[in-house]
Each structure stands twice: as structure tokens, then as C-alpha cells.
Design a binder for this molecule. Sequence first.
Ligand code: SF4
Ligand code: SF4
Length: 180
Amino acid sequence: MKAVFNYIKDVRDAAKYMWQGLEVTFDHMRRRPVTIQYPYEKLIPSERYRGRIHYEFDKCIACEVCVRVCPINLPVVDWVMNKQTKKKELRNYSIDFGACIFCGNCVEYCPTNCLAMTEEYELSTFDRHSLNFDNVALGRLPTSVTSDPSVRAMRELAYLPKGEMDPHEVPDNKPRIGAR
Ligand code: SF4
Ligand code: SF4
């Protein structure tokens, strides 16, 4: 008799735990998706987003302040001294984005403002050495989500209609505020 009671108790517990799991499933079935369809939809980075660094070769005076303020002394400023003019001549400048932590110190302290953070965040490569950008690669204008006609630009919280902060009970046909 005791074995029968134990069996019934186990069945009841199993049903209870299954229901607890299904409660989570049912809860998520009522929510709108919080993902965006990357790469067809992309979030617009915030104004102060710290993405790939842009560099203007012509404005650089090879002072190496960017190297000194960098936590890992990352920027490589390749210059030679012109003995006639007694001035530095800049040859090359590079930053390895495989090691950069995008802290923005170099941009903050550059005396000529030749460095700038951009909103470019798609930096994945097959080879990590490709992330070592020279002055030509650093000088390329950044890509922008909003000016790319092939993607749908979305703002943050793009999946929710205006004024909604909770994804529950939001009908699927309600327009998304983040859509542009
Ligand atoms: S701090 Fe600015 S001007 Fe000085 S070397 Fe670095 S990038 Fe060039
Ligand atoms: S963003 Fe920071 S880590 Fe990257 S190069 Fe500039 S100072 Fe160095």
C-alpha cells in the first residue's frame, strides 16, 4: 500500500514540475520577440558609442600623446626626424583593434583631434591580424546604419511600441516605435 502511495506522490510531483516548466513557456509565448533580424535589421548605436576609431593622417603631429594615455600603449606612431627642418615626419600610424579595449583615452587626449570614435561595430574577421588597421584603414569613413539602404535601422527597445516598457500583452500588429 505504501508503494502505491509513493507512486502516486511521484506522479503528482512530476506533473507539478512539468507544469512549472510549461508556465515559463506559456509566459514567453505571450511576449513579442525581443530580437531583431540581424543583419537585415540593425540597432542604431547611441551618439556616444565607442566603435572603430577614425584617424586623420594630415592632422596628426606625431606627438605620441595617444600612446602615453593608452592603458596598453597600443597606437604605433611611426615617424622619423627631419634633420633639416628639425621636425618629425610621420610615416605610418596604426591601431590593433584586436587588442584595443575602446576606452577612448587616445581620442580624449589627442591635441589635434585627429582621432574620433565612430559608430562602426562590425569588426569581425577570419584572421586577427586583419584587425591591425594602418592609417589608410583608419582613415576610411565609417559605415552608418542609418545611411545603409540595405538594412532596416532600429532604435533601442525597437521591438516595443511607443510608451510600452513591458513586452507582455502587446499585440503583434502594433507598430514598433524603433522602426524607421
Ligand atoms: S595624440 Fe593625436 S596628434 Fe598625437 S600622435 Fe596621437 S593621433 Fe597623432
Ligand atoms: S581606445 Fe583606449 S585601448 Fe584603444 S587605442 Fe585608444 S587608448 Fe588605447
